[in-house]
Design a protein around this ligand. Structure first.
Ligand code: ZN
Length: 509
């Protein structure tokens, strides 16, 4: 198979050029770049002067957590926004390795009963995904909580020496089978008590294999800087390449976030800590995370039982955020689907209460805390700074859910529009040159994660390509014209071809 893409302006090329050029792809590899207009090929795309970039790399996605890798392998929400590579296994939870075959650690996102777990090791999982096929390339980190919960169960205690040994060998095996590193979800209830010593021991293992450590910080709010300090210390002491996951400027802690951005910028290049963020002002969170910290304990059942206790309920309601308007929208509510799409105002009416906090509490009780919500808690002005930050990466933090076969979950805009929106903001606010913006979503993450042969347009690299229109100064919105995955056209004229030409990516130590 050969593909000729004619008349494009290449961004993210190894040798930069202003000229329009052509690209020749043989099977899955870019084989020539230059003036190739007369070359014969099985398929030809006339780029009509549009930009051509390497396929975008989304460093933090939830398609594994929501199990849509299985029921929606085409993953077209990513493809249609120019993303050709996604990463999963974030926030401490991955689909493998499973020491005892339980997917408990991803239960907070998806219904774990809708998939047959036919694997235990990471290698087995990747083989299964590879034989089923995916529309995008997929790589995964290994979830800290996934392994830890298999070892320590639901108990919050330090691991024994022996357990840590088992953890380390499990992590080593997972990385040797293709895992790109380790992720932690330190604010989640099952990982909150994890000691720095444990993280350091694991970080050393990841570093030894040149992997990456992604962390959902232990604390936000007042303790943000302490959590950041812990992460930077780990980076310094172990040398492990680090990404802070969905590091968003939450309202109420703007000053701390501003300081955090400065601290991250001051770290020298060899100690750089990266972070990922998305260009929208709402986050998607499990409902229970809105409970005061003291009421988040053990598991959802215990937390829901707390809500049945009148005395605790009274205490909880005083500490819930007071929301209004679209400040909160129900995105999913298993078993209570009519609640989906309802905002806090509607909930107030429904429950006949006057306060947002009361409506929130009623929602928690009605759903036994199993809902997921869109929560508008991000400061827009700081978000722009974060997008422009030299250490920021862009990520959807979302899953690609198949149209018409909803898994009872509203799609946040970031699931379908994160990357075009980022390029729109770059244009509108003149954040940086287009070349730098493209680098931030291609070459930089490829190098950081150790993805071989992708992230740059050059001869010999895989042909993951995206054609798009874009204008400096916000004259028009970014539009994705076509997407090529491993040499095959995956999206053209806005239509996904469901070609399943993505590859399972394996880290090479
Ligand atoms: Zn997270």
């Amino acid at each position: 198979m050969t593909l000729l893409i004619r008349n494009v302006r290449i961004v993210g090329e190894a040798r930069a050029s202003e000229e329009r050029s052509d690209i020749f792809v043989q099977n899955d590899i870019i084989s020539a770049i230059g003036s190739l207009g007369n070359k014969k090929a099985d398929e030809v795309i006339d780029g009509q002067g549009t930009y051509l970039a390497p396929g975008f790399i989304d460093v933090n996605t939830d398609s594994d957590h929501y199990l849509t890798l299985f029921d929606n392998p085409a993953q077209e929400d990513f493809l249609k926004q120019g993303v050709t590579t996604i990463f999963g296994g974030m926030c401490g939870a991955s689909l493998a390795p499973l020491l005892y075959g339980s997917l408990e650690s991803i239960r907070k996102w998806g219904d774990i009963h809708c998939v047959n777990v036919g694997w235990q090791s990471l290698g087995e999982l990747l083989d299964i995904l590879s034989s089923r096929g995916l529309g995008v390339n997929f790589g995964t980190l290994i979830g800290h909580s996934t392994i830890r919960r298999a070892l320590a169960g639901e108990n919050f205690r330090n691991l024994t020496k022996n357990e840590l040994k088992v953890f380390i060998s499990t992590l080593e095996r997972g990385m040797s089978e293709g895992g790109f590193g380790l992720s932690s979800g330190l604010s989640y209830v099952h990982a909150r008590e994890t000691s720095y010593a444990e993280l350091k021991a694991l970080g050393e293992v990841v570093q030894k294999r040149n992997g990456v450590y992604a962390t959902h910080l232990r604390k936000s709010g007042e303790d943000l800087l302490n959590s950041l300090e812990e992460t930077v210390k780990l980076r310094k002491e172990t040398g492990v390449k680090t990404i802070i996951s969905h590091f968003q400027p939450f309202m109420g802690t703007e000053e701390l976030y501003d300081t955090a951005l400065k601290n991250l910028e001051e770290l020298s290049t060899d100690r750089a800590v990266y972070f990922d963020t998305y260009p929208f002002d709402a986050s998607v969170v499990p409902l229970y995370t809105l409970l005061p910290l003291w009421a988040q304990e053990t598991n959802l059942e215990t937390m829901a039982a707390n809500l049945k206790d009148a005395w605790k309920r009274k205490k909880i309601i005083k500490e819930l955020p007071e929301l209004s308007g679209d400040g909160l929208i129900v995105a999913s509510a298993p078993g209570h689907e009519p609640l989906i799409g309802k905002n806090i105002e509607t909930l107030k009416e429904m429950y006949g209460v006057s306060l947002g906090a009361e409506a929130l509490l009623q929602l928690m009780r009605a759903t036994d805390l199993r809902a997921i919500v869109f929560y508008k808690n991000i400061a827009a002005n700081l978000l722009t700074q974060a997008l422009a930050h030299p250490r920021s990466l862009i990520a959807t933090n979302a899953a690609s859910i198949k149209e018409g076969r909803q898994i009872g979950m509203l799609k946040p805009e970031r699931a379908t529009n994160t990357f075009p929106k980022f390029l729109d903001i770059v244009s509108l606010k003149r954040l940086m040159p287009l070349e730098s913006a493209i680098q931030k979503i291609t070459k930089t993450p490829a190098e950081l994660l150790g993805i071989k042969g992708r992230g740059e347009i050059k001869e010999g690299n895989y042909a993951d390509l995206v054609g798009f229109s874009w204008k400096e100064g916000g004259a028009s919105a970014t539009e994705i014209k076509f997407v090529v995955v491993n040499g095959t056209i995956a999206v053209q004229n806005g239509i996904s071809k469901e070609t399943l030409r993505g590859r399972i990516l394996k880290h090479q130590s």
